[in-house]
Design a protein around this ligand. Sequence first.
Ligand code: 5AD
Ligand code: SF4
Length: 438
Amino acid sequence: MKFYIKTFGCQMNVHDSRRIEEILTRAGHQLTADSKDAELALVNSCTIREKPWHKAISETGRLRKRKLKGQNEDLIVGLVGCVAQQEGENVFELLSHVDFVVSPDNYTHLPQIIEDIQRERKHVSVTGFTEGRPEDFLSIQSVSPYEVSAFVTIMKGCQERCRYCIVPTVRGPERHRAPEHIFEEIHHLVSLGVKEITLLGQKVNAYQVGDVTFASLLARIDQIDGLERLRFTSPHPRHMTPDVTSAFGQLRTLCESIHLPVQAGSNVTLKRMGRRYTREEYLDVVSRLRKASPKISISTDLIVGFPGETEADFKETLSLIREVGFTAAFSFKFSPRPFTQAQKMDDDVSEAEKSSRLARIHELVNAQESAFRAGLRNTVMEVLVEGKGRMPKQLSGRTRNYQIVNFVSPETIEQAAGKLVNVKITQVNPNSLEGELV
Ligand code: 5AD
Ligand code: SF4
């Protein structure tokens, strides 16, 4: 059967969609990039805020129209991802044209579910969490041509229970993957030509299995021959212990860039969010990172308009953005979610005020980002070649601090993919850097 996947949400979902592709392809199905061709359509959904929840529901609605209009009556529609875990069988009441609902821990069952539905049309719902045994972590079997950067899951779930966050409900309790299986997967990927690994987990740096800590895991991965770059996402500031911060600058592969969600700059708001660190503790992590790796670029996530956030609290977020010098930030309006403690709080910051705070953050972060990027002009940076560039004869890749660079090369992507090259930055565009090979 030809299948199509539409993915919403975080890198975890992007990674999961690739695993679903692999599972279905191995079961004899074929991926198609065009939903019109599909006999099976999957929506991999996110529910972190109300907006992505709506997007997933309306995407399934769009597929339904096609079914109803008789264009594709036999189309099998599946909802997977975090909304699947959140809603379970309720989805069929909301959207009766959906054939199945499967949550993230249950993707290995997909081939069987699809076979059952092909045989006899019915609603199937498989949700709930696995235990975290080795086979419960889906590892990458194969990579596409020139895929030089890959994700490796080291833990799943989260039990931090930040008061705004639905993740513990939809991704379940924390389960940490056995170190040998992590190494095995990375060795396999490196043998396929992968040069860069991003370790994935909802609270990735809380990793601990026996006496293997996150820092010791990083150190052991760093030793793997053929691996050039190591990153991880997303860490929690509370677990940025000195052994982790000092790994930057010490480990050959660990890149000079980190995404470290802070959420807010005011201690009052942080406390009400249940973040379990203070502004001062976050700044201490930042200063340790900068000491270990002076050029590290730091990005973050921010929430505006959390219940009770005053103008004075918000100004503390702005001042923290300046103090840290974030070079990028994803910022969001607080969105009350089911099963969270914040849903019971008074969502007392008006929509207009949330919009205005978001705009003020954007303005400040954009200015910092532009200044940071302007400073890269005329520097020589190491680029990992990952794809074709914007223009003919150009290749593109990322620097260690995660900037995209386009440059003219005598080599084709087939020849150059996965190579590390030095590029002098000649031009700074809004979304990319242009450079020339040195
Ligand atoms: N409302 C707004 N933003 C949220 N995030 C998580 N939950 C919510 C919510 N209820 C944001 C946080 C997190 C990012 C992935 O999404 O900033 O780091
Ligand atoms: Fe969205 Fe969270 Fe699920 Fe990722 S884990 S897809 S951010 S709800």
